[in-house]
Design a protein around this ligand. Structure first.
Ligand SMILES: *Cc1c(COP(=O)(O)O)cnc(C)c1O
Length: 398
């Protein structure tokens, strides 16, 4: 029998739930009620499908990476091209879904928090599209580090609010966004950037991102007349990976592999390997794995790809790891960089540094697999945003 997660209280086995101050509980209860209505509404889904088709540019192609496959000499590698979406990544999928829900709820203002700024840009894009006010909370240090994205958000009409508390990074921006939400709940929707936070967010965002895996299923049956052997994706908070995994959960013959950022290596403290090195804890409204010190203080994650350095992981991944239905591997900065250059030169595709972690897994494992093995890599985004970081690494001045 098919087991449905999360359960009524928002749990994925022991993970997930709603861990919030008393004042925020009624807000998420209202949201859960609205979401439960929306998710079974044909009208709601036809709106989403309209924007997928005419704004985002879905379905995204499934592309056979022939030259990369030949070079590696093993498994047949396909790319699911989320990099071709409007705004250059998968994040637009859950932003369109959430903004339509916010509209349905009669909200006129959205808030979001962002670390690297990519979620802020996607949220500001969706807000501009629907004429909603948008306030993005961002740590003072991140604002300094991510100037191009801050400028993009402003061009899109968003207000970027600098958070000067604590370590002045993502986790403090989360706290500020939650305070705003309590204060302005009547007109405000809190738009989250990955499959994290309190229930119903992880379920909601997974549902919006599942379009990736659903399309893949149709496309691979058309191309190969069977399901893939391996599906792999990079894991930050876990949204692009759960989106491509979810429609295959019941297809036990399909191996699902999430790839975390090992940064400078697991023997250093410079990584974002939440499942490999984190411990159970409660943060951002949910029970999951986090990178934290012995006192339960969340520590700063690190990766060459800013989009992977979230200190936690969505609760469904914590469950999938525990049950063994998905496995979680790692790629270092060096491996991701190698994958980045190889894909650019062999395929004419400059991948996001985040996605390069998943490609790195393919590069490492494909040569050892037979030619009949079909491996699909989720290309979660394009690498245009990363060229400055790459140039820096190469010692090139732009
Ligand atoms: C934000 C981002 C990620 C990481 O987020 P997930 O929620 O784990 O998908 C991965 N790839 C790209 C291109 C991103 O922008």
């Amino acid at each position: 029998m098919k087991t449905v997660f999360p359960d009524d209280r928002g749990y994925y086995n022991e993970f997930g739930g709603v861990f919030l101050p008393e004042t925020l509980i009624p807000l998420v209860e209202t949201l859960t009620g609205e979401w439960n209505k929306a998710k079974v509404s044909d009208e709601f889904w036809s709106m989403i499908n309209y924007y997928h088709k005419y704004y985002t540019g879905r379905p995204s192609p499934l592309y056979y990476a022939e030259r990369l496959t030949k070079k590696l000499g093993g498994a047949k590698i396909y790319f699911k091209r989320e990099d071709l979406n409007h705004t250059g990544a998968h994040k637009i999928n859950h932003c369109i879904g959430q903004i339509l829900l916010a509209k349905k709820m009669g909200k006129t203002r959205i808030i979001a928090e962002t670390g690297a700024g990519q979620h802020g840009v996607a949220a500001a894009t969706a807000a501009a599209l629907f004429g909603l006010k948008c306030v993005v909370y961002m740590g003072e240090i991140d604002i300094e580090r991510q100037k191009p994205n801050v400028f993009r958000m402003k061009l899109l009409g968003a207000d970027v609010t600098s958070v000067k508390d604590g370590s002045k990074t993502l986790k403090d921006a989360v706290t500020a966004a939650m305070q705003d939400w309590v204060t302005n709940v009547d007109d405000t929707y809190y738009l989250l950037g990955s499959v994290m936070g309190p229930h119903p967010y992880p379920e909601m965002i997974r549902t919006f991102q599942s379009v990736i895996g659903q399309e893949l299923k149709t496309q691979i049956l058309e191309a190969e007349n069977r399901l893939p052997d391996t599906v792999t994706a990079c894991v930050g908070g876990g949204s692009n990976s759960i989106g491509i995994f979810y429609p295959f959960i019941e297809d036990k013959e399909v191996k699902l592999v999430g790839v975390e950022a090992a940064g400078l290596g697991l023997n250093t403290d410079k990584h974002a390997a939440t499942l490999a090195k984190g411990t159970k804890g409660i943060f951002h409204g949910m029970l999951s794995y986090f990178i934290q010190d012995d006192d339960g203080q969340i520590t700063e994650p690190y990766s060459i790809s800013a989009g992977l350095d979230y200190p936690g992981i969505g609760p469904e991944h914590a469950m999938l790891k525990q049950t063994g239905r998905a496995i979680y591997d790692l790629a270092t900065d060096e491996e991701a960089l190698n994958a980045f250059h190889l894909t650019s030169q062999l395929e004419g595709i400059i991948p996001a540094l985040e996605s390069s972690h998943a490609i790195a897994y393919a590069i490492r494992t494909a040569p050892k697999l037979p030619k009949e093995h079909i491996m699909v890599v989720n290309l979660s985004g394009r690498g245009d945003k990363d060229i400055f970081a790459i140039a820096d690494r190469m010692g090139v001045k732009l």
